[in-house]
Design a protein around this ligand. Structure first.
Ligand code: GLU
Length: 395
């Protein structure tokens, strides 16, 4: 019956991150001892003060539709957050609250892209960017990078990738999956290229800004010449361990924010009202309240780098942020281990799942076919056990 489905859905790839997580859950339900390092989600509980705010919102009868673009006091809290953390000036009419940063990104793509427009994706990139661009009937072009440059693209590469059809570039720092953090100088060098092309817009996905290990986080919109064509994406999922609460938001030029509200008004309306009230508590709290999670992620990052570094064939960069390592494992291509032929990163990822019961995500979905993504948003004990198993099946 799939021929009855639209071309749109038939040509849409499945989200590889969610697919691997589902597969891990399935195998676990069958009784297998799977350690899932596939999904990027903090293993912490949402902090108590945020949960309290949500309970209060229920008691205060926040049960009706919210404004499509979010409660005004939440949008004011978002503006204050943008000022406090990013030194960005946004007014509430430039802010739209959505059901997760994923919807924020989809809104922007839907309102800016026409069929035939080109989207640039510095690779590696989060799996859903390409899929969302495709849904918006645009084409996308990857700008490749390698572990040798710490997965950063150069201004020259950007210049060469631009064509008269280029409409949008996705920029994500700290990066999922590589953990790479661009410096202010690097941002400015890329912006210099974009300054020559005034019809190109930037999605600056800053969802991992707080999960960083001492790096200075910069924002595209902080560059004066880019402010009017940058859409800053953020949300509470990663920093506040609120992935399932589904709250993301944008800061953007008012005309783009208005268009996103119009789009959202026809698809989902305002985001969940309880989660919006809880988000106010999250954003109004000092950032120091979540530092314990960042410290813990940093310890795990260091441990994972050390342990994986002992495995021959794993080439690693040092991620400055997010909670993933993204080793180049191409040294295993062409090998046969335990009767399992490994020719691609997907083969390697499936090999780890079948032979070591470890779920990872193949780099192919991120536009980096020599790598796999391992999330270290898991307990130290689980990470140690996982890496031990990986080591065992490879030796
Ligand atoms: N962004 C997270 C990840 O990359 C969550 C899953 C998703 O929505 O892709 O694992």
């Amino acid at each position: 019956m799939t021929d009855q489905l639209s071309n749109r859905i038939n040509s849409l790839p499945i989200s590889e991150t969610l697919a691997m997580a589902a597969k891990a859950r399935e195998l676990r339900a069958e009784g297998k001892d799977i350690i899932s390092l596939s999904l990027g989600e903090p293993d912490f509980n949402t902090p108590e003060f945020i949960k309290e705010a949500a309970k209060q919102a229920i008691d205060d009868n926040y049960n009706s539709y919210s404004p499509v673009d979010g409660y005004l006091d939440l949008k004011q809290a978002i503006c204050a957050k943008f000022k406090r953390d990013n030194n960005l000036d946004y007014k509430p009419n430039q802010v739209v609250v959505s059901t997760g940063a994923k919807q924020s990104i989809a809104n922007v793509a839907m309102v800016l892209l026409n069929p035939g427009d080109e989207v640039l994706l510095p690779a590696p990139y989060w799996v859903s960017y390409s899929a969302i661009a495709t849904l918006a009937e645009a084409t996308y072009k990857e700008i490749p990078s390698t572990i040798e440059t710490n997965f950063k693209i150069t201004p020259q590469q950007l210049e060469e990738a631009i064509t008269p059809k280029t409409k949008l570039i996705f920029f994500n720092s700290p990066n999922n999956p590589s953990g790479t953090v661009y410096s202010e100088k690097e941002y400015r060098a890329l912006a210099e290229v974009l300054e020559k092309h005034p019809n190109i817009y930037v999605i600056s996905d800053e969802i991992y800004e707080h999960i960083n290990y001492g790096e200075t986080i910069f924002s595209f919109a902080k560059i004066a010449s880019m402010y009017n064509r940058t859409i800053t994406i953020n949300g509470v999922a990663k920093a506040f361990a609120m992935t399932g609460w589904r709250i993301g938001y944008i800061g953007a030029p008012e005309w783009i924010a208005k268009a996103c509200t119009k789009m959202q008004g026809q698809i989902t309306s305002g985001a969940n009202c309880i989660a919006q009230r809880a988000t106010i508590a999250a954003l109004e709290a000092p950032v120091s309240k979540i530092q314990y999670m960042v410290d813990e992620f940093k310890n795990r990052r260091n441990m994972v780098l050390e342990l994986l570094g002992e495995i021959e064939g794993f080439e690693l960069n040092i991620p400055g942020g997010a909670f993933y390592v993204f080793p180049n494992i191409s040294a295993f291509f062409g090998k046969e281990i335990n009767g399992f032929k490994i020719n691609t990163a997907s083969d390697f990822s499936m090999f780890l799942l079948n032979e070591a019961n470890i779920a990872t995500v193949s780099g192919e979905a991120f536009g980096a076919p020599n790598c796999i993504r391992i999330s270290y948003a898991a307990s130290e004990a689980q990470l140690r056990e996982a890496i031990k198993r990986i080591k065992n099946v490879l030796s």
